[in-house]
Design a protein around this ligand. Structure first.
Ligand SMILES: C[S@@+](CC[C@H](N)C(=O)[O-])C[C@H]1O[C@@H](n2cnc3c(N)ncnc32)[C@H](O)[C@@H]1O
Length: 269
């Protein structure tokens, strides 16, 4: 049965109601989705200080990331506004210690105020009308010393892939973002590293780590077609995902952002 896609949310965000099938097949179904998960599997333990702490997964989608953390002993609260995404997450997460909450990020100060020592928000801000305001909301949920694992769709990589595909006029006009219409999966607010740096600074967040997710894979003329090529591509991605300049053109940018403990808070601990 074909799913229909409702309009943008009142806040102007693209909730993924009606997009669960397309998202599952085009973003996670193929080699790129596999690569994304393999890279996160490699990077998250390197980039985060993990000690089985409880965490909030914001815009948790189909629940792959929640499953990864739950399997490593974290009690996960997954918040997601789209009911059909949440249904699939529920199926996937049967048997894991995960609480599900149907809510958008904007409602979390009321519904899941924490404070949380670990928040995960992967590939969500680019689907919001006001990603800057959303980052400020996430900071308000973080405990002093807490870590935010933030992944965003990289606007600079989107420009490069448009040029590589021959969409020169679109690139020259800088018409890169999607409009959130129908089932298009081009994000409405692709973001730059400069924006994340500026918005982190204005919220008192420190960028502890950064990496690019798929720094080569999306630009290949010939995608790998056997296991040896796939393994070599993964090895290249792993080797260069945190090396300048390669990380800067990853399809996604992955950050560990930390809310430092202020002197007055340290005294109270
Ligand atoms: C590209 S998916 C990412 C899902 C998951 N985090 C992952 O990495 O696979 C974007 C998700 O953000 C959700 N989303 C959209 N607007 C949101 C909002 N205002 N608050 C929280 N999540 C939102 C969508 O419903 C969708 O499930």
């Amino acid at each position: 049965m074909s799913e229909s896609v409702p309009p943008l949310s009142p806040a102007g965000d693209r909730h993924f109601d009606g997009l669960a099938d397309k998202f599952a097949s085009s973003l996670y179904g193929g080699a790129r989705g596999e690569l994304r998960l393999a890279l996160l599997d490699h990077l998250l333990p390197e980039m985060l200080d993990l000690h089985r702490q409880p965490l909030l997964d914001v815009g948790g989608g189909l629940g792959q990331q929640a499953e990864w953390f739950a399997a490593r002993g974290h009690a996960v609260t997954l918040a997601e506004p789209a009911g059909d995404m949440l249904d699939r997450a529920r199926e996937r997460l049967t048997g894991h210690e995960v609480s599900l909450l149907q809510a958008p990020l904007q409602a979390l100060p009321e519904l899941a105020p924490g404070p949380w020592s670990l928040i995960v928000c992967h590939a969500v801000l680019e689907w919001l009308a006001d990603p800057r305001g959303a980052l400020a909301t996430l900071v308000g949920l973080l405990a002093p010393g807490g870590q935010l694992s933030l992944m965003v769709f990289n606007r600079d990589a989107l420009r490069l892939s448009n040029v590589v595909k021959g969409n020169l006029e679109k690139a020259l006009a800088d018409r890169l973002e999607g409009k959130g219409l129908r089932k298009r999966l081009t994000p409405i607010s692709p973001l730059t590293h400069g924006q994340i740096e500026a918005w982190s600074a204005e919220n008192g967040l420190v960028i502890r780590e950064v990496a690019g997710i798929r720094v080569f894979a999306d630009y290949l003329r010939n995608p790998p077609d056997d296991d040896t090529d796939r393994e070599q591509l993964l090895a290249l991605e792993q080797r260069y995902c945190r090396v300048d300049p390669h990380w800067r053109l990853g399809r996604y940018l992955l950050y560990t952002l930390e809310r430092p403990i202020r002197f007055s808070e340290e005294a109270a601990l």
